[in-house]
Design a protein around this ligand. Structure first.
Ligand code: UT7
Length: 351
Protein backbone atom coordinates (compact mmCIF):
# COMPACT_ATOMS: atom_id res chain seq x y z
CA UNK A 1 0.00 0.00 0.00
CA UNK A 2 1.29 3.45 -0.83
CA UNK A 3 0.08 6.82 0.31
CA UNK A 4 2.61 8.98 -1.48
CA UNK A 5 2.70 8.77 -5.23
CA UNK A 6 5.31 11.00 -6.78
CA UNK A 7 4.85 9.64 -10.31
CA UNK A 8 4.15 12.26 -12.98
CA UNK A 9 0.54 12.84 -13.98
CA UNK A 10 -0.64 10.75 -16.89
CA UNK A 11 -0.65 12.38 -20.30
CA UNK A 12 -3.87 14.25 -21.09
CA UNK A 13 -6.90 12.03 -21.27
CA UNK A 14 -7.51 11.07 -24.86
CA UNK A 15 -11.27 11.00 -24.66
CA UNK A 16 -12.89 13.88 -22.89
CA UNK A 17 -16.33 13.42 -21.47
CA UNK A 18 -17.46 14.78 -18.12
CA UNK A 19 -19.21 11.48 -17.37
CA UNK A 20 -15.88 9.65 -17.58
CA UNK A 21 -14.07 12.16 -15.41
CA UNK A 22 -14.53 10.20 -12.19
CA UNK A 23 -12.08 7.62 -13.48
CA UNK A 24 -9.28 10.16 -13.43
CA UNK A 25 -9.88 11.84 -10.11
CA UNK A 26 -7.70 9.26 -8.37
CA UNK A 27 -4.78 7.33 -9.81
CA UNK A 28 -5.31 5.65 -13.16
CA UNK A 29 -5.42 1.86 -13.17
CA UNK A 30 -3.87 -0.41 -15.79
CA UNK A 31 -4.14 -4.12 -16.45
CA UNK A 32 -0.43 -4.97 -16.30
CA UNK A 33 -0.71 -8.72 -16.81
CA UNK A 34 -3.30 -11.33 -17.72
CA UNK A 35 -3.28 -15.11 -17.45
CA UNK A 36 -5.67 -18.01 -17.73
CA UNK A 37 -5.96 -21.71 -17.09
CA UNK A 38 -8.32 -24.34 -18.45
CA UNK A 39 -8.35 -27.97 -17.31
CA UNK A 40 -7.03 -30.70 -19.59
CA UNK A 41 -10.15 -32.85 -19.92
CA UNK A 42 -12.18 -32.07 -23.06
CA UNK A 43 -15.89 -32.89 -23.32
CA UNK A 44 -17.00 -32.71 -26.96
CA UNK A 45 -20.49 -32.41 -28.40
CA UNK A 46 -20.09 -36.02 -29.53
CA UNK A 47 -19.48 -37.01 -25.90
CA UNK A 48 -22.67 -35.18 -24.87
CA UNK A 49 -24.65 -37.04 -27.54
CA UNK A 50 -23.97 -40.16 -25.47
CA UNK A 51 -25.16 -38.53 -22.23
CA UNK A 52 -28.42 -36.70 -23.16
CA UNK A 53 -30.74 -36.48 -26.15
CA UNK A 54 -28.86 -33.87 -28.16
CA UNK A 55 -26.74 -33.56 -31.27
CA UNK A 56 -23.56 -31.83 -32.36
CA UNK A 57 -25.68 -30.15 -35.03
CA UNK A 58 -28.16 -28.70 -32.48
CA UNK A 59 -25.45 -27.48 -30.08
CA UNK A 60 -23.34 -25.98 -32.87
CA UNK A 61 -26.13 -24.14 -34.65
CA UNK A 62 -27.89 -22.92 -31.46
CA UNK A 63 -24.79 -21.99 -29.46
CA UNK A 64 -21.54 -22.19 -31.49
CA UNK A 65 -20.02 -24.44 -28.82
CA UNK A 66 -18.04 -27.49 -30.04
CA UNK A 67 -16.35 -28.58 -26.82
CA UNK A 68 -15.76 -27.50 -23.23
CA UNK A 69 -13.19 -28.26 -20.52
CA UNK A 70 -13.98 -30.12 -17.33
CA UNK A 71 -11.93 -29.97 -14.15
CA UNK A 72 -10.62 -33.22 -12.73
CA UNK A 73 -12.62 -34.52 -9.79
CA UNK A 74 -10.05 -33.35 -7.24
CA UNK A 75 -9.34 -30.09 -9.08
CA UNK A 76 -11.04 -27.13 -7.44
CA UNK A 77 -12.05 -23.61 -8.42
CA UNK A 78 -9.21 -22.31 -6.23
CA UNK A 79 -6.69 -24.61 -7.97
CA UNK A 80 -7.70 -23.20 -11.35
CA UNK A 81 -7.84 -19.63 -10.09
CA UNK A 82 -4.42 -19.98 -8.47
CA UNK A 83 -2.86 -21.21 -11.70
CA UNK A 84 -4.42 -18.37 -13.72
CA UNK A 85 -3.15 -15.93 -11.07
CA UNK A 86 0.41 -17.31 -11.20
CA UNK A 87 0.44 -16.89 -14.98
CA UNK A 88 -0.92 -13.33 -14.81
CA UNK A 89 1.61 -12.36 -12.12
CA UNK A 90 4.48 -13.86 -14.14
CA UNK A 91 3.44 -11.90 -17.23
CA UNK A 92 3.17 -8.73 -15.17
CA UNK A 93 6.57 -9.32 -13.55
CA UNK A 94 4.90 -8.97 -10.15
CA UNK A 95 5.65 -11.28 -7.22
CA UNK A 96 2.87 -12.75 -5.03
CA UNK A 97 4.29 -10.80 -2.05
CA UNK A 98 3.53 -7.55 -3.85
CA UNK A 99 -0.20 -8.27 -4.08
CA UNK A 100 -2.27 -6.09 -1.71
CA UNK A 101 -5.72 -7.47 -2.51
CA UNK A 102 -7.21 -10.56 -4.18
CA UNK A 103 -10.76 -10.40 -5.53
CA UNK A 104 -12.25 -13.65 -6.81
CA UNK A 105 -15.43 -13.60 -8.88
CA UNK A 106 -17.15 -16.97 -8.77
CA UNK A 107 -20.49 -18.74 -8.34
CA UNK A 108 -18.71 -22.03 -7.66
CA UNK A 109 -16.54 -21.33 -4.61
CA UNK A 110 -14.69 -24.34 -3.20
CA UNK A 111 -16.98 -24.03 -0.17
CA UNK A 112 -19.33 -21.43 1.33
CA UNK A 113 -16.51 -20.18 3.52
CA UNK A 114 -13.63 -19.54 3.75
CA UNK A 115 -13.67 -17.58 0.52
CA UNK A 116 -12.00 -18.95 -2.57
CA UNK A 117 -9.92 -15.75 -2.54
CA UNK A 118 -8.43 -16.76 0.84
CA UNK A 119 -7.67 -20.26 -0.48
CA UNK A 120 -5.93 -18.77 -3.53
CA UNK A 121 -4.02 -16.29 -1.36
CA UNK A 122 -2.51 -19.26 0.49
CA UNK A 123 -1.90 -21.34 -2.66
CA UNK A 124 0.05 -18.62 -4.46
CA UNK A 125 1.84 -17.32 -1.34
CA UNK A 126 0.39 -13.80 -1.47
CA UNK A 127 0.83 -13.48 2.29
CA UNK A 128 0.38 -9.69 2.45
CA UNK A 129 -2.87 -9.65 0.51
CA UNK A 130 -6.37 -9.11 1.82
CA UNK A 131 -8.82 -11.42 0.06
CA UNK A 132 -12.54 -11.70 -0.61
CA UNK A 133 -14.99 -13.22 -3.08
CA UNK A 134 -17.42 -11.26 -5.20
CA UNK A 135 -20.56 -12.75 -6.74
CA UNK A 136 -22.07 -11.24 -9.86
CA UNK A 137 -22.44 -14.51 -11.82
CA UNK A 138 -21.10 -14.21 -15.39
CA UNK A 139 -20.54 -10.46 -14.89
CA UNK A 140 -18.26 -10.99 -11.90
CA UNK A 141 -14.94 -10.32 -13.61
CA UNK A 142 -16.02 -6.85 -14.81
CA UNK A 143 -17.47 -6.07 -11.38
CA UNK A 144 -14.12 -7.20 -9.95
CA UNK A 145 -12.18 -4.92 -12.29
CA UNK A 146 -14.25 -1.95 -11.13
CA UNK A 147 -13.84 -2.79 -7.44
CA UNK A 148 -10.10 -3.33 -7.93
CA UNK A 149 -9.77 -0.11 -9.87
CA UNK A 150 -11.35 1.84 -7.02
CA UNK A 151 -8.78 0.48 -4.55
CA UNK A 152 -5.96 1.58 -6.89
CA UNK A 153 -7.53 4.97 -7.62
CA UNK A 154 -7.98 5.71 -3.92
CA UNK A 155 -4.35 4.67 -3.23
CA UNK A 156 -5.57 2.05 -0.75
CA UNK A 157 -3.75 -0.63 -2.77
CA UNK A 158 -0.89 -0.64 -5.24
CA UNK A 159 -1.46 -4.12 -6.67
CA UNK A 160 -4.79 -5.90 -7.00
CA UNK A 161 -5.32 -9.36 -8.43
CA UNK A 162 -8.76 -9.91 -10.00
CA UNK A 163 -9.65 -13.52 -10.78
CA UNK A 164 -12.69 -15.09 -12.44
CA UNK A 165 -12.76 -18.83 -11.69
CA UNK A 166 -15.45 -21.46 -12.06
CA UNK A 167 -16.00 -25.18 -11.71
CA UNK A 168 -19.46 -25.07 -13.28
CA UNK A 169 -19.33 -28.82 -13.92
CA UNK A 170 -20.05 -29.18 -10.19
CA UNK A 171 -23.43 -27.37 -10.45
CA UNK A 172 -24.54 -28.50 -13.94
CA UNK A 173 -27.40 -30.97 -14.15
CA UNK A 174 -25.91 -33.58 -16.45
CA UNK A 175 -29.41 -34.92 -17.12
CA UNK A 176 -30.76 -31.56 -18.35
CA UNK A 177 -29.99 -31.06 -22.04
CA UNK A 178 -31.25 -27.46 -21.84
CA UNK A 179 -28.24 -26.45 -19.76
CA UNK A 180 -25.59 -29.18 -19.61
CA UNK A 181 -24.37 -28.54 -23.15
CA UNK A 182 -23.61 -24.88 -22.39
CA UNK A 183 -21.11 -24.71 -19.57
CA UNK A 184 -17.43 -25.41 -18.87
CA UNK A 185 -14.68 -24.93 -16.28
CA UNK A 186 -11.70 -22.59 -16.19
CA UNK A 187 -10.15 -19.44 -14.76
CA UNK A 188 -8.69 -16.12 -15.86
CA UNK A 189 -6.85 -13.40 -13.96
CA UNK A 190 -5.68 -9.82 -14.30
CA UNK A 191 -3.12 -7.85 -12.30
CA UNK A 192 -4.06 -4.20 -11.70
CA UNK A 193 -1.57 -1.46 -10.92
CA UNK A 194 -1.15 2.24 -11.51
CA UNK A 195 1.38 2.82 -14.30
CA UNK A 196 2.51 6.41 -14.81
CA UNK A 197 1.65 7.92 -18.18
CA UNK A 198 -0.87 5.26 -19.06
CA UNK A 199 -4.63 5.20 -18.69
CA UNK A 200 -5.61 1.53 -18.69
CA UNK A 201 -9.21 1.25 -17.57
CA UNK A 202 -10.95 4.26 -19.13
CA UNK A 203 -14.39 3.38 -17.84
CA UNK A 204 -16.36 0.54 -16.30
CA UNK A 205 -20.18 0.32 -16.36
CA UNK A 206 -22.17 -2.05 -14.18
CA UNK A 207 -25.88 -2.82 -13.91
CA UNK A 208 -28.32 -5.27 -12.36
CA UNK A 209 -32.00 -6.23 -12.40
CA UNK A 210 -32.85 -8.36 -9.37
CA UNK A 211 -36.46 -8.79 -10.49
CA UNK A 212 -35.20 -11.40 -12.98
CA UNK A 213 -33.24 -13.42 -10.42
CA UNK A 214 -35.24 -16.61 -10.89
CA UNK A 215 -34.69 -16.74 -14.67
CA UNK A 216 -31.14 -18.03 -14.14
CA UNK A 217 -30.35 -19.40 -10.71
CA UNK A 218 -29.31 -22.26 -8.46
CA UNK A 219 -32.37 -22.63 -6.24
CA UNK A 220 -31.09 -24.69 -3.29
CA UNK A 221 -28.02 -24.89 -1.11
CA UNK A 222 -28.22 -21.34 0.22
CA UNK A 223 -29.88 -20.19 3.43
CA UNK A 224 -33.32 -19.86 1.78
CA UNK A 225 -33.35 -23.56 0.87
CA UNK A 226 -30.56 -25.40 2.65
CA UNK A 227 -29.54 -28.66 1.00
CA UNK A 228 -31.78 -31.51 2.12
CA UNK A 229 -32.79 -34.91 0.77
CA UNK A 230 -35.86 -33.15 -0.74
CA UNK A 231 -33.85 -30.45 -2.56
CA UNK A 232 -31.53 -33.11 -3.90
CA UNK A 233 -34.42 -35.32 -5.03
CA UNK A 234 -35.88 -32.30 -6.86
CA UNK A 235 -32.46 -31.52 -8.40
CA UNK A 236 -32.62 -27.98 -7.00
CA UNK A 237 -28.88 -27.85 -6.38
CA UNK A 238 -28.20 -27.50 -10.11
CA UNK A 239 -28.36 -24.52 -12.51
CA UNK A 240 -31.85 -23.62 -13.70
CA UNK A 241 -32.27 -21.33 -16.68
CA UNK A 242 -35.02 -20.04 -18.94
CA UNK A 243 -32.79 -19.90 -22.01
CA UNK A 244 -35.00 -17.76 -24.24
CA UNK A 245 -35.65 -15.12 -21.57
CA UNK A 246 -31.94 -15.02 -20.70
CA UNK A 247 -31.00 -14.73 -24.38
CA UNK A 248 -33.36 -11.79 -24.99
CA UNK A 249 -32.17 -9.89 -21.93
CA UNK A 250 -28.51 -10.65 -22.64
CA UNK A 251 -28.59 -9.09 -26.11
CA UNK A 252 -30.36 -5.94 -24.91
CA UNK A 253 -28.29 -5.43 -21.76
CA UNK A 254 -24.96 -6.06 -23.50
CA UNK A 255 -25.88 -3.61 -26.25
CA UNK A 256 -26.87 -0.94 -23.76
CA UNK A 257 -23.76 -1.50 -21.62
CA UNK A 258 -21.41 -1.41 -24.64
CA UNK A 259 -23.00 1.80 -25.92
CA UNK A 260 -22.84 3.41 -22.49
CA UNK A 261 -19.11 2.68 -22.17
CA UNK A 262 -18.38 4.04 -25.66
CA UNK A 263 -20.57 7.07 -25.00
CA UNK A 264 -18.77 7.83 -21.73
CA UNK A 265 -15.40 7.72 -23.50
CA UNK A 266 -16.67 9.45 -26.63
CA UNK A 267 -15.43 6.69 -28.88
CA UNK A 268 -17.24 4.94 -31.71
CA UNK A 269 -17.12 1.30 -32.70
CA UNK A 270 -14.45 2.04 -35.35
CA UNK A 271 -12.10 3.15 -32.53
CA UNK A 272 -12.34 -0.23 -30.80
CA UNK A 273 -9.59 -2.65 -31.87
CA UNK A 274 -11.08 -5.67 -30.13
CA UNK A 275 -14.42 -6.47 -28.51
CA UNK A 276 -14.17 -9.23 -25.90
CA UNK A 277 -17.72 -10.30 -25.03
CA UNK A 278 -18.98 -12.81 -22.49
CA UNK A 279 -18.77 -16.19 -24.23
CA UNK A 280 -22.24 -17.69 -23.69
CA UNK A 281 -23.73 -18.10 -27.14
CA UNK A 282 -22.39 -17.20 -30.60
CA UNK A 283 -25.84 -15.95 -31.61
CA UNK A 284 -25.80 -13.47 -28.71
CA UNK A 285 -22.26 -12.36 -29.63
CA UNK A 286 -23.20 -11.97 -33.31
CA UNK A 287 -26.39 -10.05 -32.50
CA UNK A 288 -24.56 -7.65 -30.18
CA UNK A 289 -21.63 -7.22 -32.60
CA UNK A 290 -23.77 -6.55 -35.64
CA UNK A 291 -26.11 -4.13 -33.82
CA UNK A 292 -23.06 -2.21 -32.61
CA UNK A 293 -21.90 -2.03 -36.23
CA UNK A 294 -18.75 -4.04 -35.49
CA UNK A 295 -16.95 -6.02 -38.17
CA UNK A 296 -16.72 -9.75 -37.34
CA UNK A 297 -12.92 -9.47 -37.17
CA UNK A 298 -13.24 -6.94 -34.32
CA UNK A 299 -14.99 -9.49 -32.10
CA UNK A 300 -13.00 -12.09 -30.18
CA UNK A 301 -14.63 -15.51 -29.87
CA UNK A 302 -13.32 -18.64 -28.15
CA UNK A 303 -16.55 -20.21 -26.90
CA UNK A 304 -16.31 -23.05 -29.44
CA UNK A 305 -13.44 -24.37 -27.26
CA UNK A 306 -14.71 -23.66 -23.75
CA UNK A 307 -18.47 -23.01 -23.72
CA UNK A 308 -19.74 -20.62 -21.06
CA UNK A 309 -17.35 -20.42 -18.10
CA UNK A 310 -19.34 -17.69 -16.30
CA UNK A 311 -17.08 -15.33 -14.33
CA UNK A 312 -14.00 -16.83 -16.00
CA UNK A 313 -15.31 -16.36 -19.53
CA UNK A 314 -14.26 -12.83 -20.41
CA UNK A 315 -11.04 -13.19 -18.38
CA UNK A 316 -9.95 -16.27 -20.35
CA UNK A 317 -10.98 -14.63 -23.64
CA UNK A 318 -9.06 -11.45 -22.81
CA UNK A 319 -5.92 -13.44 -22.01
CA UNK A 320 -6.15 -15.50 -25.20
CA UNK A 321 -6.80 -12.40 -27.32
CA UNK A 322 -3.65 -10.81 -25.87
CA UNK A 323 -1.50 -13.94 -26.28
CA UNK A 324 -2.69 -14.34 -29.90
CA UNK A 325 -1.72 -10.74 -30.71
CA UNK A 326 -5.31 -9.64 -31.28
CA UNK A 327 -4.77 -6.90 -28.67
CA UNK A 328 -1.67 -4.70 -28.85
CA UNK A 329 -0.30 -1.84 -26.83
CA UNK A 330 -2.36 1.33 -27.33
CA UNK A 331 -5.43 -0.57 -28.58
CA UNK A 332 -8.84 0.22 -27.20
CA UNK A 333 -10.56 -2.93 -25.94
CA UNK A 334 -14.27 -3.20 -25.15
CA UNK A 335 -15.29 -5.86 -22.63
CA UNK A 336 -19.00 -6.60 -22.29
CA UNK A 337 -20.76 -9.17 -20.11
CA UNK A 338 -24.14 -10.43 -18.95
CA UNK A 339 -25.17 -12.98 -16.34
CA UNK A 340 -27.46 -14.24 -13.64
CA UNK A 341 -28.95 -11.72 -11.27
CA UNK A 342 -29.50 -10.35 -13.88
CA UNK A 343 -26.20 -8.51 -13.94
CA UNK A 344 -24.29 -6.88 -16.77
CA UNK A 345 -21.28 -4.72 -17.33
CA UNK A 346 -18.82 -3.25 -19.79
CA UNK A 347 -15.38 -1.72 -19.74
CA UNK A 348 -13.13 0.13 -22.12
CA UNK A 349 -9.43 -0.46 -21.61
CA UNK A 350 -6.60 1.38 -23.31
CA UNK A 351 -4.10 -1.45 -23.56
O1 UT7 B 1 -24.13 -16.84 -18.93
C1 UT7 B 1 -25.35 -16.19 -18.77
C2 UT7 B 1 -25.92 -15.97 -20.04
N1 UT7 B 1 -26.47 -17.19 -20.58
C3 UT7 B 1 -26.95 -17.11 -21.77
O2 UT7 B 1 -26.85 -16.05 -22.33
C4 UT7 B 1 -27.69 -18.25 -22.38
C5 UT7 B 1 -28.82 -17.68 -23.17
N2 UT7 B 1 -29.67 -18.64 -23.86
C6 UT7 B 1 -29.23 -19.38 -24.87
O3 UT7 B 1 -28.08 -19.39 -25.20
C7 UT7 B 1 -30.27 -20.15 -25.66
O4 UT7 B 1 -31.54 -19.75 -25.27
C8 UT7 B 1 -30.12 -21.68 -25.54
C9 UT7 B 1 -28.89 -22.16 -26.27
C10 UT7 B 1 -30.06 -22.08 -24.09
C11 UT7 B 1 -31.33 -22.36 -26.18
O5 UT7 B 1 -31.46 -21.94 -27.51
P1 UT7 B 1 -32.89 -21.51 -28.09
O6 UT7 B 1 -32.74 -21.23 -29.50
O7 UT7 B 1 -33.37 -20.38 -27.19
O8 UT7 B 1 -33.72 -22.81 -27.88
P2 UT7 B 1 -35.06 -23.02 -27.04
O9 UT7 B 1 -34.80 -22.92 -25.58
O10 UT7 B 1 -36.08 -22.14 -27.62
O11 UT7 B 1 -35.39 -24.54 -27.39
C12 UT7 B 1 -35.67 -24.95 -28.69
C13 UT7 B 1 -35.90 -26.45 -28.67
C14 UT7 B 1 -36.79 -26.95 -27.55
O12 UT7 B 1 -37.61 -27.97 -28.07
P3 UT7 B 1 -39.15 -27.68 -28.39
O13 UT7 B 1 -39.74 -27.24 -27.09
O14 UT7 B 1 -39.15 -26.57 -29.41
O15 UT7 B 1 -39.63 -28.98 -28.90
C15 UT7 B 1 -35.81 -27.56 -26.58
O16 UT7 B 1 -36.38 -28.62 -25.85
O17 UT7 B 1 -34.64 -27.12 -28.54
C16 UT7 B 1 -34.76 -28.11 -27.50
N3 UT7 B 1 -33.46 -28.25 -26.86
C17 UT7 B 1 -32.51 -29.11 -27.30
N4 UT7 B 1 -32.51 -29.97 -28.33
C18 UT7 B 1 -31.38 -30.67 -28.53
C19 UT7 B 1 -32.99 -27.59 -25.80
N5 UT7 B 1 -31.74 -28.00 -25.53
C20 UT7 B 1 -31.43 -28.94 -26.45
C21 UT7 B 1 -30.27 -29.71 -26.70
N6 UT7 B 1 -30.30 -30.55 -27.74
N7 UT7 B 1 -29.17 -29.62 -25.93
Amino acid sequence: MNDSDSSPSPRPVRFRNPRAAHNFQGRTCSIVGVGSYVPERVLTNADLEKMVETSDEWITTRTGIKERRLAAENETTSDMGAEAARRALARAGVSPEQVDLIIVATVTPDMVFPSTACLIQHKIGAHRAAAFDLEAACSGFIYGLEVGQQFIASRTCDTVLVIGAEKLSSIVDWQDRNTCVLFGDGAGAAVLQHRPNTHGLLTVCMGADGSKGDVLCLPAGGSAKPASPETIAQRLHYIRMDGRETFKNAVQAMLTAAREAMDRCEVSIEDIACIVPHQANLRIIDAVGSRLGAKPEQVYVNLHKYGNTSAASVAIALDEAVQEGRIRQGDLVLLVVFGGGFTWGSAIVEW
